[in-house]
Write a protein that binds this ligand. Sequence first.
Ligand code: NFS
Ligand code: SF4
Length: 678
Amino acid sequence: MADDDKVTPEVKAKKKEVKPSEQTIDFATMEMLEKAKRDNVETIFDRAQTMKPCNIGEQGTCCKNCSQGPCRLPLPKKGIEGEDTRKGLCGATPETIAARNFARMVAAGAAAHSDHGRGVAEVFLAAARKETDDYRIKDTEKLLEVADLFEVPTKVKEGDELVDRDHNEIAVEVGEKALAEWGRQEGEIYYAKRAPQATYDMWKEQDIIPRGIDREVVEILHRTHMGVDQDYRNIVKQCSRAALADGWAGSMIATDLQDIMFGTPYPVHGEINLGVLKADHVNIIVHGHEPLLSEMIVVAAQDPEMIDYAKQKGAHGIVLAGMCCTANEILVRHGMPIAGNYLQQELAIITGAVDAMVVDVQCIMENIANVAECYHTKIITTTPRAKIESGDTIHIEFDEHYALEDAKRIVKTAIDNYPNRSAEVMIPSQKELMVAGFSTEAIEYHLGGTFRGSFVPLNDNIINGRIRGIGGVVGCNNARTMHDSDHLIVVKELLKNDVIVLTTGCNAMACGKAGLLTPEAAKVYCGPGLREVCETVGIPPVLHMGSCVDNSRILTAATAVVKDGGLGDSIADLPAAGAAPEWMSEKAISIGQYFVASGVYTLFGVTLPVSGAPRFQKYLFEELEDIYGGKWDMVADPYEMARKMIAHIDKKRAALGIDKARERVLMDMDDRRALEAG
Ligand code: NFS
Ligand code: SF4
């Protein structure tokens, strides 16, 4: 056989050309993939066909933590017969190697979220100290709540009387204490006490309460260095500390301080999918994660001066749309449109209508720079932490002390680029309406209906069985699996079975594009119990809680449910489960670990790099449940994933003694149907 006849993956891929309809279930995405082909532009969807993942890395058993490696320990084809004798040069077992790799993913994920949080805390402090005019304290009610959590006094003594303390004074102290959580070396992060008492007690017993955010991340890097921690159980323990430092500190502080500065989200209407772009407008996409910059671009893009300038250049106005979690941030606070989720970032540019894509950090594919070269789109990087070497990107560094000025410069650059459109403009017509902005406060308010609000009505409906349980479905898109498909199958299966869904991140956007984020969706997709509750309260059956750092809102919501009573003492007692059907980011691993360590059964789709280390995998998938009440799982089939989540919810209902209630509800339904039929 001649060399070029060899069946390489590339040759195989050419033989079997994959159709867009096999790569995504989203019509706008299909249309743009067709256009990409016509325009001869390569995207991640193409590379996913021609490059296959390495099976050893996929199993989690490739170690390159020192230069004696990489030591590669794939599972033998026939499986392991007898004793597992695989070892790296230093003797590291597959368990040690896979656990170390896993831990480094937790560290990177926790670092990403937490560094975002640190940036927010710095700007918060600058705003409180009045070093910038562009940011201010907006939600004073939340400021006072957060002050309590940081043990910052909100009242002062004046003579014999206690009077309210000045808000800015409080904010300065909150900012200082928040920022100090990163460098804290001992004791416990403040927010640990925010968890239900029983959850906190479990952490204490397991000795996994984070001491400080940076410390736990650094300790993972130390422990996973060659020749340090060589017991996978001990490595997992440190994973829990770092991940809890993400969920209950780095991310949670980010969420709280963003709420105080930009407003706590309450339900707003918005639109989603590539159809939000307009051919005759200047289209600016803000892509990435931190709302610090995008909040200012929202202001700049609405400035009459800027709109006039756009008109001078021949456009009818300015469209500002988001991509990835930046999109979620500006949606939940301002109702700004979303252009799409992670796998649509290149495709937005392929419309030919994007005049600038402004990026900050995380989930930004380097290839957008190459795609942009085929069109007129300007890629603008904005943070010193993230530049792009490929293509022809420009860097306009964003300084929070001159935030609005910088934002205006960016918007102006986009407007100036509008007359340069070169390629055919083709914007898919797809866009959907949605309601988003369900912060924990908003859910409480909506359910309780009173000034204080409460989760009692939700708890009651879980106890009486109308709602079977709570599913948190979150996370990314992954080019190794059909875009948005697994997300929607899992969510729809849950709804059908009366499980209410809380969502964030790219799952929220998949749900939005499919019309699940509307109150009307209750009638179409829900079982009778959930439908009744949603219709009575007027909420969508899938509640969009925000970006991925806002997974912290799922923790506070779960805590509120526990505290309002009737469903056990700890998060682990709740009839609830979490899933990330299409995950890809290291942040997802950190999120998964903090959910597990908080007591939640957490299922990941696609793949998980632990399968090459059977004992480590068993520890994550089974044994952790006895330790934390939560555990990991990996299920590639989305129907099976939903089934396992529901089975877990039913197990928890039985443990709470509320399984009978649900049987009665179901019987009522059957009876009703029998009556109707008769
Ligand atoms: Ni979350 Fe949000 Fe999307 Fe994944 Fe990326 S945008 S932070 S990491 S891909 S959900
Ligand atoms: Fe190999 Fe051990 Fe070095 Fe890893 S740390 S590369 S297993 S010798």
